[in-house]
Design a protein around this ligand. Structure first.
Ligand code: GLU
Length: 716
């Protein structure tokens, strides 16, 4: 996230771990003496956290705030019954009124869901509102929303934007601002966002597939800029329209399955779909006819030959629907089987409407000049058509001329990067368009389409592409590259210069760089394989889970689990909010074996302080675990003696997420009193029978030998 833009996730985390606990106590005390107004707990906590007030002070603050929230303007707005969002007014209502309102607004929702959402609206307001004015700047709010990847023109926030316009129109109070920069009070804000609150709350809670969209986008920009400097490749010149493209054109658009959008470069410049139309017409045929029928006419094998080569497979079928012969065949299925009763014009409209639905209504047009040129320069495509007719490849009633025209029309449909990224995202999303949430194709259809794209989508480079990038894609001669990361996002790259196999040079470089940075390759999920970034993971989630697992193992004396954590590369020095480490917990529970393992094998510092200044040895003492106290004291003594030999930090490795979270300064300030020798020194010590300052028990899991061996294990 951008600095300064609050998130619900961050806010909640801070609340949970900081003031909330303290405030709950304060509240309990205060409420015993003086009744507090009936505000929901989360909002209450937020207010207290935000303003730092308690007890009477807080009550006064809330009353003041409430007064502030009802300027004359808003009374006017609330009195206007024309506004549909009006019913979240704060004016006191009878129980019956409230029940009716609830029913009317969210009749399909359960009460707790509604309550949760109301809370979300309040929390959002508190996140962005000015303390001085008690109003929220919608400009700031919308900018915050944008950082999550949600655009103002997203159909899923249409009601919010419409409401803003309505309020602005009614609002004579603020003449200087626009609808999108006006300032609203709490109740109006809640009413304005209410229709889209589910999506908005999800966005600010960082619950999208790419939780930290801003960081992700930064990396994408870097890759984009690197590709921009690549000037290799040649424009396609078999028709004049393609030869006239600007070779410097370079656009990139991303749409995630949650509709998070990012675009950079020439993303609005129109170009024709060309071969990128092939997976789409194939999808329509599959949807309507099913794979059995479709694949009784066309194969599923990579041809291993040029995309327009005059060749059929051994069954006298075109090899697959991604090469020209296969795509012409698919077009014949549309004409003869999917819509046999439609005229050519109707089939064109019908097909275009599918493409449009997939793109969430974004730009799909038609370039007649390209169509005419395609038809002119189509000797090879006609040859393919006649060759297939000779081999009885087409269904009965096929009109070859109409089929060929339809094929050229599909290639000549016009679009841009923005629209194509939504189409790619619809494929990534199992056939449901992320921005309109319309179910366009069945997921089974998409599975088949992606399978063929994976093996046959990038001409004669398909095998290498599947190997290097490991993702379904489809390229076209106009310079497009549609990349699908299933269940994550769709990407469309467009740059006209092509390599000798017909793939966009910059697009290809982008795909290859993308998977070398992120673990998006189909097989990057193999265990222990990848150190690449996973933008799907929530940083706090990962770290939180690690800490819970680690501390739980230490508290329950489970040395095997600790060993497993260590082998997986986890940072064993992790501490919870109170600064309590695995060593604190093992010591306070009297698990000597765990204490030994942590010090001897994991080389954690023996003297981390928790937030109350307690060392692990203090914990052991407090809970009367003499054997642990003895061991820790003895370790500390030896550590002091051998302080010159100390390593600067604990020998642990961190997970990717931990790396991101720990700042360099964290590492620099990590305790330096570990008595652990460097690996070389360890070896010599082991040779002399001293693997640690404290002799291990014979039966200890932490033997001298294993201490050294462990340094060769993964993750160490
Ligand atoms: N219209 C082109 C053809 O059929 C499409 C080629 C392509 O994009 O691969 O030759």
């Amino acid at each position: 996230m951008l600095k300064g833009v609050p998130t619900l996730a961050g806010r909640n985390l801070r609340l949970l771990t900081t003031q909330a606990q303290v405030l709950v106590h304060q509240r309990a005390k205060a409420s015993a003496a003086e009744p507090v107004e009936d505000f929901d707990q989360e909002t209450d906590l937020l207010k207290r956290a935000k303003f730092g007030h308690t007890g009477k002070q807080l009550q006064q603050k809330i009353i003041n705030e409430k007064n502030l929230r009802a300027p004359p303007l808003m009374n006017l707005v609330f009195a206007n019954r024309k506004l549909s969002f009006y019913d979240t007014s704060s004016t006191p209502k009878t129980k019956e009124d409230n029940a009716k309102l609830s029913q009317r607004r969210h009749y399909s929702m359960r009460p707790h869901r509604e309550q949760e959402q109301r809370n979300a609206e309040d929390v959002l307001f508190d996140m962005f509102a000015s303390e001085e004015t008690g109003l929220i700047s919608m400009g700031k709010f919308l900018a915050g929303l944008k950082t999550t990847g949600i655009r103002r023109n997203d159909p899923r926030v249409r009601e919010l934007m419409d409401n803003l316009k309505k309020v602005h129109k009614l609002n004579n109070y603020e003449t200087g601002s626009s609808a999108e920069t006006q300032h609203l009070n709490r109740e109006t804000f809640k009413a304005v966002v209410a229709p889209n609150i589910v999506l908005i709350a999800k966005a600010f809670r960082q619950q999208f597939v790419i939780p930290d969209f801003t960081s992700f986008v930064k990396d994408i920009e870097d890759i984009y800029n690197r590709c921009k400097t690549n000037t290799l490749g040649k424009l396609a010149d078999y028709i004049p329209q393609l030869a006239r493209y600007n070779p410097d054109s370079w656009g990139l658009s991303i749409c995630t399955i949650d509709g998070q959008r990012f675009s950079i470069g020439d993303v609005d410049v129109p170009f024709t779909l060309q071969s990128c139309s092939k997976p789409l017409t194939y999808a329509i045929a599959l949807e309507k006819l099913g794979p059995k029928v479709v694949h009784s006419y066309v194969g599923q094998e990579p041809s291993g030959r040029n995309f327009n080569e005059l060749v059929l497979d051994q069954n006298k079928k075109p090899h697959n629907p991604m090469i020209n012969a296969g795509a012409i065949l698919t077009c014949s299925l549309m004409n003869a089987l999917v819509k046999p009763d439609m005229t050519s014009a109707e089939i064109f409209d019908y097909t275009m409407s599918w493409f449009k639905r997939l793109s969430g209504g974004e730009y799909i047009g038609f370039n007649n000049a390209v169509f005419l040129s395609e038809r002119e320069a189509a000797d090879r495509n006609y040859a393919l058509g006649f060759y297939m007719r000779e081999n009885k490849c087409f269904p009965k009633r096929t009109n070859l001329k109409e089929v060929m025209d339809f094929y050229f029309q599909c290639c000549s449909m016009e679009t841009n990067c923005e629209a194509m990224s939504v189409i790619a995202a619809s494929l990534a999303n199992g056939g449901i368009c992320p921005t309109t949430e319309e179910k366009v194709f069945r997921p089974e259809v998409i599975r088949d389409v992606l399978s063929i794209m994976h093996s046959c989508g990038t001409y004669d480079y398909s095998g290498q592409f599947a190997f290097k990038v490991g993702l379904p894609a489809k390229s076209g001669v106009s310079g497009g590259m549609m990349l699908v990361i299933p269940n994550v996002m769709g990407i469309f790259a467009w740059s006209p210069p092509l390599d000798h196999l017909g793939n966009t040079v910059r697009g290809l470089q982008f795909c290859e760089e993308l998977v070398s940075m992120f673990n998006f390759h189909r097989y990057d999920n193999l265990k222990h394989l990848s150190n690449k970034k996973d933008p799907r993971k929530h940083r706090y989630e990962t770290k939180g889970l690690s800490i819970v697992n680690l501390l739980f193992s230490a508290a329950s004396g489970d040395v095997t689990a600790l060993r497993r954590h260590r082998l997986s590369g986890m940072d064993i020095t992790l501490a919870d909010y109170d600064g309590r480490t695995a060593l604190h917990l093992a010591a306070s529970e009297g698990h000597l074996e765990c204490v030994k393992f942590l010090l001897e094998q994991c080389h954690v510092p023996h003297n981390p302080k928790d937030r109350w200044g307690n060392l692990p040895v203090d914990e052991a003492e407090n809970f009367g675990h003499c054997h642990v106290v003895e061991f820790l004291r003895s370790w500390a003594e030896k550590a002091d003696q051998s302080s010159e030999e100390c390593k600067p930090e604990a020998v642990t490795s961190k997970t990717q997420a931990d790396e991101e979270i720990c700042s360099t300064s964290d590492l620099e300030t990590s305790p330096t009193t570990s008595p652990i020798p460097t690996p070389v020194e360890s070896g010599s010590r082991a040779g002399s029978g001293r693997s640690s300052p404290v002799p291990s028990d014979a039966g200890s899991t932490a033997s001298a030998g294993s201490s050294i061996d462990d340094k060769t294990k993964p993750g160490l």
